[in-house]
Design a protein around this ligand. Structure first.
Ligand SMILES: [Zn+2]
Length: 108
């Protein structure tokens, strides 16, 4: 009574291989998606911190001026990135200061 389906079964090994390939690919996709989401989340948190800072600067009246030299930031820059904290000349220096941490960044 057993073994009636014998001829069809020997291929189960290759089936398993195919399934595990698909599975590995799906896991990779999920990991990549999650990494993208984490990156997006980090960007959003950084943006939010910038907006918080911009709001604080609105309160103390320094919004729209460069944190490094105090010059007025061009309107077109503020229109494009309202949370901008520095004039184009100091944008990299100010951004680098927060991204790399408190130490260093005074190379310019
Ligand atoms: Zn400046």
């Amino acid at each position: 009574m057993h073994g009636t389906r014998g001829p069809g079964q020997p291929r189960s090994g290759s089936y398993a291989g195919g399934v595990s390939d698909d599975g590995a690919q799906a896991v990779g996709d999920v990991a990549a998606e999650r990494a993208e989401e984490m990156a997006a989340l980090r960007r959003a948190q950084a943006d939010l911190a910038d907006v918080d800072r911009a709001l604080a600067r609105l309160d103390d009246g320094t919004y729209g001026t460069c944190e490094a030299c105090g010059v007025a930031i061009p309107d077109e820059v503020l229109a494009d990135a309202p949370a901008t904290r520095a004039c184009p000349e100091h944008a990299a220096a100010v951004a680098g200061r927060t991204a790399d941490g408190p130490a260093g960044g005074a190379q310019i």
